[in-house]
Design a protein around this ligand. Sequence first.
Ligand SMILES: C[S@@+](CC[C@H](N)C(=O)[O-])C[C@H]1O[C@@H](n2cnc3c(N)ncnc32)[C@H](O)[C@@H]1O
Length: 174
Amino acid sequence: MTVYKPSEDTYFLRDYLRENIDIEGQKFLEIGTGNGEIALYAAEEGAEVTASDINTEALRQVKEKAERKGLEIDLVESELFENIEGLYDVIVFNPPYLPGEEGLGDEEIWRGGEKGIEVSRKFLENVENYLSEDGSFYFVASSLAEYKELVDEFNLEILGEKELWFETLYILGK
Ligand SMILES: C[S@@+](CC[C@H](N)C(=O)[O-])C[C@H]1O[C@@H](n2cnc3c(N)ncnc32)[C@H](O)[C@@H]1O
């Protein structure tokens, strides 16, 4: 499986966290950590970090980076919350969020299903079970997907917005 390279969406989510959330000392979970940019940032900020992915190679690379930087990250191979235990103060996910047909390759890094929201919907169906009492969650969505369905269905707030030349990215959460 291809390991996703840090991109506009990665930095959008990381910078949103940097500017808005004090994560020092917080229990922090990143689903779909990929290259680990966000999990490593959280560990550097002093959060207690768990990071997961379905991609074993991604987890191997994040482990290596964390060791090189002397950071501690608990790495878990997991399809969404399948192997996740415990409660977290902050949960983040930069999911595959684009709509598209099956069979085009590298789908785990970009394809969120036919409408671009199916992976995010599964995330939303489970995320509250892993949040501590005052916990919050944040994930990325795109104007190219049917993200408004999720906003209505799960009562989400649009917390951040970034216009790119071909789409607008959003941080959604609660
Ligand atoms: C768009 S990439 C984001 C990677 C990284 N977090 C970033 O922001 O650059 C999506 C990541 O989610 C992972 N992923 C896709 N579907 C997943 C699932 N069902 N459960 C866990 N991880 C998943 C992919 O392997 C990939 O690493």
